[in-house]
Design a protein around this ligand. Sequence first.
Ligand SMILES: [Fe+2]
Length: 300
Amino acid sequence: MKGCCSCPSGTGLPPFPASSFTLQKSYNPPSVRILLLSDIHSNLEALDACVAAAPAHDLVVNLGDTVGYGANPNEAIARAQALGRVFVRGNHDRAACGLMSIGDFNPAAGLATLWTRDQLTAENLDWLRSLPQGPIRLDELPGIQFVHGSPLDEDKYLVSVQDAIEPLLASPVPLTFFGHTHLQGGFSLAGEISEAYRPTYRTVGKPESSDWPLRKDNDKDTDKDKDENKNKNNASRYLINPGSVGQPRDGDWRAAFAVFDSETCIVTFYRVPYNLRAAQEKILAANLPQWLATRLATGR
Ligand SMILES: [Fe+2]
């Protein structure tokens, strides 16, 4: 099953067991590896580098903002469509196709949105308008949901633990994958303890990966413990951000993505160098704001 990353219809996955995904040791779904892409932002060079570096996977999920900021909106959409059919709409997707005002955008983002709208084909404008609002849940993936911002508000930025607590407590599923902040990492809630997680890397210029093993609840529980805890709503919950493919803002210029392996319950974060110069030159050639090119080099 691994390696099937361009399923012709739906997700192409076999049905999963009816039980919900609780991250418990007893849960033993068939292995599925999800390639998570978010915030591509019309950066074709970064997207191509991510796809080239991605390990074998069964499904691609796009967490929104395929367009905006960068110089290749139509090309980025074409690539994203070829990768898979699971999408969540982002705020830049909505703004580019006229579903949302640019009133809250900074001047550079607003100019880039208007430029993007002018570049997009009629077909791609229609496609952007058709993208679904999160949270997205798939029958084949119980216990997992996909959003752009917060599960409670698609436009909210989840930057801090304080931001994450409410959606973590309210979440009906243990795993939520999100984007929007362009910050790779996530948040966890176990009992009353909530924490932020950021992957660590050794370099700033080479391809690297970093594993985040998710907690499997009840790993050390006895049968008696399991009985007592069975009805308690104390399973670990996670909010996980694969980072931004095309415009990272965590100080690392490399393109970001992640892969979740349901069998091992490990999220592997990736950072890959890409042809930064080419992406910058396209932005400048398009007369988009210069800052949109220079910020790519600093990852801010
Ligand atoms: Fe974004």
